[in-house]
Structures are given as C-alpha cells and as structure tokens.
Design a protein around this ligand. Structure first.
Ligand SMILES: NC(=O)c1ccc[n+]([C@@H]2O[C@H](COP(=O)([O-])OP(=O)(O)OC[C@H]3O[C@@H](n4cnc5c(N)ncnc54)[C@H](O)[C@@H]3O)[C@@H](O)[C@H]2O)c1
Length: 266
C-alpha cells in the first residue's frame, strides 16, 4: 500500500535552486516540488523566478522567488536568509546557473575569461559556502551541481566554459570528501544538449538547424529539461543515500564512447 510519504518524500524539506527561472533550473524546481518539497527559486531575472513560483503554486506547491545574481557574493546570503525566513531550513542546493561563451583562447579578453569562470565555477563555491552551514544545522543534506558534457569532453570554441565545467566536477569531488562526515552529499550532473527555451530560440535563428542534430549523440535527439531534472532530483533524494562525489552524465550516450564509421563495414 502506498503512503503519502512515498509520493511526497521531500515534504518538510526545502531546496534552493539557482537559475530557477527557466530551462533546467525551472524543471528541477518543478520536479522537487512535485515530490512535496518547498522551493526557493533564485534567478538574476526576478520576473522569470516569479513565473516559476507561480507555476509551482498553481499546482499546489510551495515556492518563493528571490532575485539573485550568482556572480554577486552579497546576493547568496540574501537567498539563504529568504529560505530561512519562509521555510526555516535548507536541505538541498541545486547549483544550476551557468552559460557558455563560444570563443577560442585567442578570441577572449581577460574579462571574458573571468566572467565565464565566475558564472560557471566560482558561483558553485560561492553558493555552497553559504548553504553548507544550513545543511549542517539540519543534520545533513545534498548539493547537486549542474556541470556539462563539456566538462568531460572538450568542445570546439568552448575553452573557458569547458575548463569551468571540468572544475565543477573536481570541486564536487572535493566537497563530497570534505562534507561526508557532516552527512552532506555532493554530486554533479553533466547534461548533454538540452532543449531549453534559450536553445530553441537560438536554433530557430540558425538556418538549416535540423542538420545540426546529426551526430549530436547516439540517441540523436536533444534532452527535454525534465530528463535532466529527474536524475538531478534523484541525486538529492534518499534513494541516492550512498552516492556522493559522483558525476552522472545525462547525455543520450554522448560521452559513452566514440563512434568509428570504419567499423560499420568491417
Ligand atoms: N541547455 C543545455 O543544452 C545545457 C547543456 C549542458 C549544460 N547546461 C548547463 O545547465 C545549466 C542551466 O542551463 P539552461 O540552458 O537551462 O540555462 P538558461 O540559459 O536557459 O538560463 C536559465 C536561467 O538562468 C538565469 N541566469 C543567467 N545568469 C544568471 C546569474 N548570473 N545568476 C542567476 N541566474 C542566472 C537566467 O535568467 C535564466 O532564467 C547551466 O549551468 C548550463 O551551463 C545546459
């Protein structure tokens, strides 16, 4: 027989989700809420964060929207304060905010480099630093960092982003080791190409974008944001109670291996 706790395992728990206003962040916020948890939806675009909160509340969930730029050190304590004011606790942190910059090393200036590292890597340090004491206070919790397949496989014209996302994977493992004694698990998800509204807009502006799908990954399609959100939320759940320091590629097989056309006819 099923009990309410089976369907709503996160009831009484609160998650902070950065970049919760769209794409993968919004999907994670909605997925966490669907399992009964409260959400603090943080985004640099407060209107987008409010739209996520409205979507969750319309479905009977609990969510507050907070304006926060993850590159601003003073913003993160405000997010934690908002979480404590409304829900009195934080149990999980999803570090989602990030964006790439399509430039080679010689095409970047120092400001480009530091901006990409700050947004994708330093932001994970910054948010985790302020949330960890709260996780400790409630006896433990979970951090899930959204890296990228670009953190595993190098990509063309992607140097700063790839370096930052690879850094996220190592930071994940370091934090997993450091905070295991506090019952805090830290894991990373590496999404492959995901059909977020931003990617959709971009593809619509690229002539002949359909051909870009060829060779995208063995499954030959984009992920839906929900297909990234579900494994991310799983890692933060009790079902993943012995998983820490892990990198979970959710990429349609992209990083599984290299396809050699020559073997097809061998
Ligand atoms: N979409 C993909 O194909 C893909 C693939 C691999 C990894 N990722 C990673 O997943 C994460 C989410 O990507 P997405 O495509 O869903 O994002 P997105 O570009 O759709 O943006 C989602 C939200 O991030 C917010 N945001 C942007 N800068 C911010 C900042 N400085 N502080 C707080 N919020 C900010 C935006 O306002 C927006 O609401 C990123 O870390 C990205 O690198 C995405």
């Amino acid at each position: 027989m099923s009990s309410p706790s089976m369907h709503q395992p996160f009831r009484g728990r609160t998650a902070v989700v950065t970049a919760a206003g769209a794409g993968i962040g919004r999907a994670i916020a909605v997925e966490w809420s669907a399992r009964g948890g409260a959400v603090v939806a943080a985004d640099v675009d407060i209107r987008a964060a409010r739209a996520t909160a409205a979507q969750i509340r319309d479905r009977g969930g609990e969510c507050i929207a907070v304006a926060a730029d993850v590159t601003d050190s003073s913003a993160v304590p405000d997010v934690v304060d908002a979480a404590l004011a409304d829900y009195d606790r934080v149990d999980a942190l999803f570090n989602v905010a990030g964006a790439s910059l399509p430039k080679r090393v010689d095409e970047m200036d120092d400001a480009d480099w530091y901006r990409v590292i700050d947004l994708n890597l330093t932001s994970v340090y910054r948010a985790s630093k302020h949330v960890i004491p709260q996780l400790r206070r409630v006896g433990g919790g979970s951090i899930v960092n959204i890296s990228s397949t670009a953190g595993i496989l190098a990509e063309n014209r992607c140097s700063a982003y790839s370096a930052a996302k690879a850094g996220v994977l190592m930071l994940t493992r370091n934090m997993a080791m450091d905070y295991a004694p506090d019952n805090i698990r830290v894991n990373a998800v590496c999404p492959g190409s995901t059909m977020t509204p931003r990617i959709k807009d971009y593809l619509e502006r690229v002539p002949g974008h359909g051909s870009l799908l060829d060779g995208l990954c063995p499954m030959n399609r984009y992920a839906e944001p929900e297909e990234i959100a579900r494994p991310a939320v799983f890692l933060a759940s009790d079902e993943a109670s012995y998983i820490t320091g892990a990198t979970l590629a959710v990429d349609g097989g992209l990083t599984a291996g290299k396809h050699f056309a020559i073997f097809e006819d061998a």
